[in-house]
Design a protein around this ligand. Structure first.
Ligand code: NDP
Length: 473
């Protein structure tokens, strides 16, 4: 049983009340974690506020050096961190196409180093006889990070490393389902950074809500459901906190008639099933032109039928769904699709347990009003929909309240790019999907949230702009 503590002002803190962390592969308790009180949160925020003047005035080069050291610590301890992610999240250590827990830790290393090397130099927008006008980017103060359970460590790094790089201090609350890798990473970070710069508190959704309301926090960066994102936005109005909200999506991919099916099938499969489908920007609705529909469905089913799901501690392609509520949601969505006439070319029936196992499922003949099409299942089940007219399919792809990602697949990249730009989403891919990298801004439109992560645009989100006008006459 793991025994991690919160870290407040550089010190390990435990509580009398705890909550259980469950391994979703066998439903056993693997840790009891502290249930933070509002007083613990106040202490963490106060520590972060006290650490802010010194951290924000630390030189750019020194902050970059320390963040590189964090990336190095993750690299040095990658096996241990990946094991924690497998145990608490369920994803296999290696997994299908190498996209498992080790990949997640690799991402945390890459993003840490890439972000360490970013900077926001003063911008001069005018320098003439009248005046010199400069744009400065200053840190906001205390950043509160609220993270989900699908990529426990990677999303925590996406939130907090740019916050630190820009000169802010941090209080992070990982999901109650998956707090362990973040708690262990926080120990490593606290060996590198001064006390109070990086604090971790653990608890349930009520703690997240208390953070969103807290007047000592200047910004919340949140990844999770649209429903909870809306609550965060309401609570954040207490002191007009800045917000970055990365909420769910229901990404459409459109496959045009001129594709090479054999070539694209493995790529589409990976982009739909990455992390067992528990990925905000995975393909969630696959629209395929009628001329290649059967061929692509059969190719995807063949790949799916060769996949092995099981305990992520063993050599499997996919692990369990992360938690019981999500597992039940996926089961209900599959049942609804079946009841409405969908056919499953692979999978479709949940495992009997223990563990929240649902096989990789390819669904065809799914009506547009099935929950599998209108909602984000956030699990390993992909609906494949037939189309004949490009205008009609664009309308369907955009007929949703969310807009995170989207893609178009074709051998004619010019035409595909033109169509992709008509998708209402934050990132439009051509012949790819769900591919993220540290220098390319990523964020949603519509109810997928606002603000972006990554690149210098992402770094700017952790700053406030100050215009400095120096009169010369
Ligand atoms: P939530 O949005 O509820 O949880 C995300 C984070 O918010 C967790 O840390 C959670 O804490 C915290 N939280 C919960 N309630 C509040 C609140 N009122 N104020 C502030 N923070 C809060 O996601 P769920 O786990 O309930 O998943 C539901 C659905 O969300 C999924 O089915 C999926 O569709 C979507 N989702 C999208 C993700 C994405 O990457 N965009 C990631 C995860 C889920 P705690 O976990 O401790 O309750």
């Amino acid at each position: 049983m793991f025994d991690f503590k919160m870290i407040i002002n550089g010190k390990k803190v435990s509580t009398v009340e705890t909550f259980d962390v469950i391994n979703p592969a066998n439903e056993t308790v693997i840790a009891k974690c502290p249930m933070a009180s509002e007083k613990d949160l106040d202490d963490a925020v106060e520590a972060a506020r006290k650490a802010f003047p010194s951290w924000s005035s630390t030189g750019e080069e020194e902050r970059a050096r320390l963040i590189h050291a964090i990336g190095q610590a993750f690299d040095d301890n990658a096996e241990e961190l990946a094991r924690l992610v497998t145990l608490e999240q369920g994803k296999p250590f290696k997994g299908f196409a190498g996209l498992g827990a080790r990949f997640e830790i690799g991402g945390a290393v890459v993003w840490s180093h890439a972000t360490a090397d970013m900077s926001l130099p003063v911008e001069v927008i005018q320098d003439n006889d009248d005046a010199r006008i400069e744009i400065h980017r200053k840190p906001l103060g205390v950043v509160g990070s609220i993270t989900p359970w699908n990529y426990p460590l990677l999303i925590a790094i996406w939130h907090t490393v740019p916050a630190l790089r820009a000169g802010n201090t941090v209080v992070i609350k990982p999901s109650e389902y998956t707090p362990l890798a973040v708690m262990r990473a926080a120990e490593m970070i606290n060996e590198i950074l001064p006390s109070g710069v990086f604090n971790v508190v653990t608890g349930d959704g009520a703690l997240g809500a208390a953070m969103a309301r807290h007047k000592g926090i200047d910004k919340i960066v949140f990844t999770g459901s649209t429903q909870t994102g809306k609550k965060v936005m309401q609570d954040a109005s207490s002191n007009l906190k800045r917000l970055t909200l990365e909420l769910g999506g229901n990404d459409a991919a459109i496959v045009l008639p001129d594709v090479d099916v054999e070539k694209i099938a493995p790529k589409i499969f990976a982009a739909a099933m990455i992390n067992n489908g528990q990925t905000c920007a995975a393909i969630k609705r696959l629209y395929v032109h009628e001329s290649v529909y059967d061929e692509l469905c059969n190719s995807l089913a063949e790949i799916a039928n060769n996949m092995v799901s099981g305990n992520g501690e063993t050599e499997v392609d996919f692990g369990p769904i992360q938690n019981r509520a999500q597992f039940e949601k996926v089961c209900a969505i599959a049942e609804d699709a079946k009841a409405r006439g969908a056919r499953f070319l692979s999978g479709g029936e949940p495992g009997k347990g223990p563990g929240y196992f649902f096989p990789v499922t390819i669904a065809v003949d799914v009506p547009e009003d099935a929950r599998l099409v209108t909602e984000e299942p956030f699990g390993p089940i992909l609906p494949i929909l037939r189309f004949s007219d490009i205008e009609e399919v664009l309308e369907k792809a955009n007929a949703t309240s969310v807009g995170l990602g989207g893609s178009v697949w074709s051998t004619n990249t010019e035409r595909a790019t033109h169509i992709a730009t008509r998708l209402e989403c934050g990132t439009a891919w051509v012949n790819n999907h769900a591919a993220l990298q540290p220098n390319a801004p990523f964020g949603g439109v519509k109810e997928s949230g606002f603000g972006v992560e990554f690149g210098t645009d992402g770094l700017k989100e952790f700053t406030v702009l100050q215009t400095v006008q120096i009169a010369k006459k």
